[in-house]
Design a binder for this molecule. Structure first.
Ligand code: PTJ
Length: 257
């Protein structure tokens, strides 16, 4: 913690999140660019109203169904996600059966180790994608994100990629995988290319996804599958953009929040 945040500060929760990302950056968990990415996310969170909107709740249902009907689901973890939701990553992995793999845009041994430490502290027992284990390559991708684990993302049928960049999402979809993203920006290339785009803050969405997976586990595979059959990602993205537009029009008319 770099500063004392008064509990009464109207944005105390948001400031605490910022501080944890700054601390994560100092500990090499979060990339410098992760701080910039967070700022972009915060801006979109303001636009959507800092709550889970109905279209995101629908996408979360589809994501839960995708994870539960997958044969080999994997949660891809980067620096920001490791800091923002370490315990939730572990819980989601436990309840859904998804494996955990570290995949970094700004990959270095130092960051791999730092993220491994955070995940182990949160309770992870098996972490894929570290060091030589990331020996496979995603075709046509030139960034460090191309390095994947042959026991994880390479053979996954469903991959959850919170706070991702568009290139890998596109490449994973081309490989025939169902890609779930959590991204506050409905216009990002990631959100546009993903099979299921949850337009929400990863901090809120992971909680709701865990709840949804736990609930859905009580249903039959056939009932779970119905959530996927009915799902239309284009419609979900349109609804998220319309939500922002309507909210901005309303606020423009009202002149305040
Ligand atoms: O840890 P690394 O090396 O893998 O790098 C991770 C970052 C995030 C730096 C890297 O993936 C990156 O540069 O991402 P982008 O291209 O900046 O995209 C990040 C996206 O996440 C943007 O669309 C943001 O709006 C969104 N975002 C930021 N914070 C959140 C978020 N979405 C959901 N929840 C957030 N808290």
């Amino acid at each position: 913690m770099n500063i004392e945040i008064p509990a009464s500060h109207p944005r105390a929760a948001s400031l605490h999140v910022r501080e944890s990302l700054i601390d994560g950056c100092k500990a090499h968990v979060v990339a410098y660019a992760g701080l910039i990415a967070h700022g972009r996310g915060e801006a979109f969170d303001y636009l959507i109203g800092e709550k889970t909107i109905p279209s995101a709740a629908e996408a979360i249902k589809a994501a839960a169904a995708a994870l539960l009907t997958a044969e080999h689901p994997v949660i891809s973890v980067n620096g920001n996600t490791a800091i923002l939701t370490p315990k939730e990553i572990i819980e989601l992995s436990e309840v859904s059966g998804a494996l955990i793999e570290v995949n970094l845009f700004y990959r270095s041994k130092e960051r791999e180790k730092a993220i491994q430490k955070v995940l182990k502290k949160a309770g992870a027992t098996r972490i894929l994608g570290i060091g030589a284990a990331a020996s496979a390559r995603i075709p046509e991708l030139l960034s460090e994100r191309r390095r994947v684990d042959p026991e994880g993302i390479l053979i996954a049928d469903v991959v959850l990629v919170p706070l991702e960049d568009g290139d890998r999402t596109e490449a994973l979809v081309k490989m025939g995988k169902r890609v779930i993203t959590i991204d506050l920006n409905p216009l990002s290339r990631t959100a546009q290319y993903s099979s299921i785009s949850i337009i929400d803050n990863v901090v809120r969405a992971m909680h709701q996804l865990i709840r949804e997976v736990k609930n859905m586990k009580k249903s039959t595979q056939q009932e779970i599958g119905k959530h996927l059959l009915a799902y239309d990602n284009k419609k979900i993205l349109s609804q998220a953009i319309a939500h922002i537009a309507e909210r901005m029009n309303f606020l423009a008319a009202e002149g305040c929040t």
